[in-house]
Ligand binder design. Structure first.
Ligand code: RIB
Length: 297
């Protein structure tokens, strides 16, 4: 069984700042680092480091060679990444001393994913293979429908939240992995609703999906038709939370694809993301399977 991550590839410009700046405020960054990220790339790398057979599809500009190289070095098959005209996507990330972040993304060539490219890519996959999507590229709704028509299993991470999300055929998703804000947006629950209420509303709206609700320092919750689980977050020193959710997604799905039970998948994903928040960067912070399994957490 293979998995295709159809998603974004970004250059991450990471500015270390004393605090995330406020409207109208100008602040000086202490340092700037350029790293590799994008939710698609990060999740593909996490899947590969977890041991899955993973393919990535997406679009980069002619400046995007390094991003493709990061995929290759991480063991991701990048044959379906296209080089198109334009500038690759990038993210402007403010990173505070406490490891929190605020991110602005510029879509660039991530917004040039087309139905034609999706059809050509999906032709390489079989019924029963997985596709993992996020919300940083064009044609997400088309990809969900086309993958489903091919008999693929659709996993969706609705990040970042956008107006378009409401129009996506999310009832077709087999797995939804989302954080509390994304959960609230999809469930339509009020701000501040308890995580349990958000999860219940999601289950009601998407009764056929397995749903993972990640809760940051409060761990994660899971529901499918057969079981309800929760998993604590590991207590670790936080350096940079960027990419921790992507690490969780990749590890969780890799484990599920191995046929492991959701409880084991949640546990491994929580361990992997705990290691990721202790390191700087997005893709760069994602641990290998052996690191995850041997860490004392
Ligand atoms: O989830 C983290 C990612 O979000 C970053 O790597 C950045 O590129 C944005 O897409």
């Amino acid at each position: 069984m293979k998995i295709l991550t159809l998603g974004s590839l970004n250059f991450d410009f990471v500015y270390s700042v004393p605090h995330v700046n406020l409207e109208g405020e100008t602040i000086s960054a202490r340092s700037l680092e350029q790293k590799h990220g994008g939710k698609g790339l990060n999740q593909a790398v996490a899947l590969a480091r977890a041991g899955a057979e993973v393919f990535m599809a997406g679009c980069v500009g002619e400046d995007g060679g390094e991003l493709v190289e990061t995929l290759r070095r991480s063991g991701v098959n990048s044959e379906c990444v296209r080089v198109v005209e334009g500038r690759s996507g990038h993210a402007v990330i403010q990173l505070t001393d406490s490891g929190a972040n605020a991110i602005v993304i510029y879509g660039g060539t991530n917004q040039m994913v087309s139905p034609e490219m999706i059809d050509e890519t999906l032709a390489r996959f079989m019924p029963g293979d997985y596709i993992l999507l996020q919300n940083e590229i064009s044609c997400v709704a088309y990809a969900i429908r086309a993958a489903k028509e091919r008999g693929m299993l659709v996993a969706f991470n609705p990040s970042p939240v956008s107006e378009e999300l409401k129009g996506y055929p999310l009832e077709l998703a087999d797995v939804l992995i989302l954080n509390e804000l994304e959960g609230q947006a999809l469930a339509g629950t009020p701000d501040g609703a308890e995580a349990g209420a958000v999860l219940s509303a999601l289950v009601k709206r998407f009764p056929k999906a397995s749903i993972v609700l990640t809760l940051g320092a409060d761990g994660a919750m899971y529901r499918d038709g057969a079981c309800e689980l929760s998993c604590p977050a590991r207590r670790v020193a936080v350096v940079d939370t960027t990419g921790a959710g992507d690490t969780f997604c990749g590890y969780f799905l890799a484990c599920i694809m191995e046929g492991r039970a959701p409880a084991a998948a949640l546990n491994l994903a929580a361990r992997a993301s705990a290691l990721a928040v202790g390191r700087k960067g997005a893709a760069a912070s994602i641990p290998t399977r052996s690191e995850v399994e041997s860490a004392v957490l």
